[in-house]
Design a protein around this ligand. Structure first.
Ligand code: CUA
Length: 361
């Protein structure tokens, strides 16, 4: 057996061993893995339009989409021409039996050719630079028209605080904005900040990404022209639960959006109950606000209208009474590493607190 065969047989043995071991580990581990749970989000999200960059429904996203297709078309044209000439040359000028084996004539210093392959790429690059600069300027230099809706979005590990200055609304993870139609053509301006580390706001169908950076306010705007619920996520690694820092933008016709505003402006529908008593006598109130009650913490999401939201834990779980109970019992089960502690309440207390929170419509 020569050296090469030796190496090959050794490699084959190693690969075989590795494959057998992997199968064994998978077979042993499979029954002990917890069943994959998505807390109802998979089914709920499958009914929503998928977060695709190539299906924009809002102005910055559609301008970026047009620019992307323009660039792809130019690059595809170049690839086709260069590839086509290459394939043609390979076939047309291939070695044939009976060739004389001589080197073909060499061309040096042809001014027209040199000029052409210098000038054409420069022109192409300039066209791409100018169209890109125009789109960037159009998106970034836009001045909010008077009366434009302003929304402050503050990134936290791992959820989104959403404040509507002037409207007296504070919510979390779900941003309601009015449709930009001919009657109400005002776009929504977002002020993006961070309470801790760098995050990135990304709702692919509405706009490109913009980072949320501590001690700095970044801005972006959206002018959605199609009502619906659009999925987004944090696009900058920000710690353990970065992947479950999800958000949704709910675009509503103007009248419907105004109804939402009126509902959110109301103080909490916090009736006296045992659940409310438990909530207010525990550390819950240090982190959460329920407007109109003694709870006025700022570290966690505002719960004034928690029950009106579609999801819990920044899109980690569908907002159902069962999930809410599990979340209060032990947030780590739904979102491992979540900064909300398990409060070690009794089963009766958890039921009552969940029932109380469920009334906060
Ligand atoms: Cu926030 Cu990643």
């Amino acid at each position: 057996m020569d050296e090469r065969e030796l190496i090959r047989s050794w490699a084959e043995k190693r690969v075989g061993l590795l494959a057998r071991r992997s199968l064994l580990i998978a077979a042993l581990a499979a029954p002990s893995l917890p069943a994959f749970a998505d807390w109802g989000m998979g089914a709920a999200n499958s009914k929503l339009p998928p977060p695709e960059v190539f299906a924009p429904v809002s102005t910055p996203a559609s301008a970026i989409d047009t620019l992307a297709w323009f660039t792809i078309a130019i690059c595809a044209g170049i690839a086709l021409i260069v590839g086509g000439l290459l394939v043609y040359s390979i076939i047309r000028f291939r070695a044939r039996p009976g060739d004389d084996g001589q080197e073909p004539p060499q061309v040096y210093g042809s001014n027209p050719i040199e000029l052409a392959w210098t000038a054409v790429p420069i022109i192409i690059i300039f066209v791409l630079i100018l169209t890109t600069a125009r789109t960037i300027y159009m998106v970034q230099a836009a001045i909010p028209p008077p009366g434009a809706l302003k929304v402050r979005v503050i990134g936290h590990q791992w959820w989104w605080e959403v404040r509507y200055p002037g409207l007296n609304i504070v919510t979390a993870n779900e941003i309601h904005v009015p449709l930009t139609d001919s009657r109400d053509s005002n776009p929504t301006y977002l002020e993006l900040e961070s309470a801790d580390v760098a995050h990135s706001f990304w709702v692919p169908r509405l706009s490109g990404k913009t980072d949320l950076i501590p001690n700095r306010t970044n801005t972006m705007w959206i002018a959605p022209h199609q009502a619906g619920t659009y999925l987004g996520q944090c696009a900058e690694f920000c710690g353990t639960e970065h992947a479950l820092m999800l958000l949704r933008v709910i675009v509503q016709p103007h009248a419907e959006w105004e109804r939402w505003v009126a509902d959110q402006q109301k103080p909490a529908a916090a009736l006296a109950s045992r659940g409310r008593q438990v909530f207010e006598s525990n550390a819950c109130v240090n982190c959460h606000t329920v407007r109109g009650t003694v709870a006025n913490g700022r570290f966690g999401p505002d719960l004034t209208h928690l029950a009106s939201r579609q999801t819990l834990a920044a899109g980690a779980a569908l907002n159902t009474p069962e999930h809410l109970r599990m979340w209060i019992t032990n947030p780590d089960v739904i979102k491992p590493g979540a900064l909300m502690p398990a409060m070690n309440l009794s089963a009766a207390d958890i039921n009552d607190v969940a029932a109380y929170l469920g009334t906060l419509r």
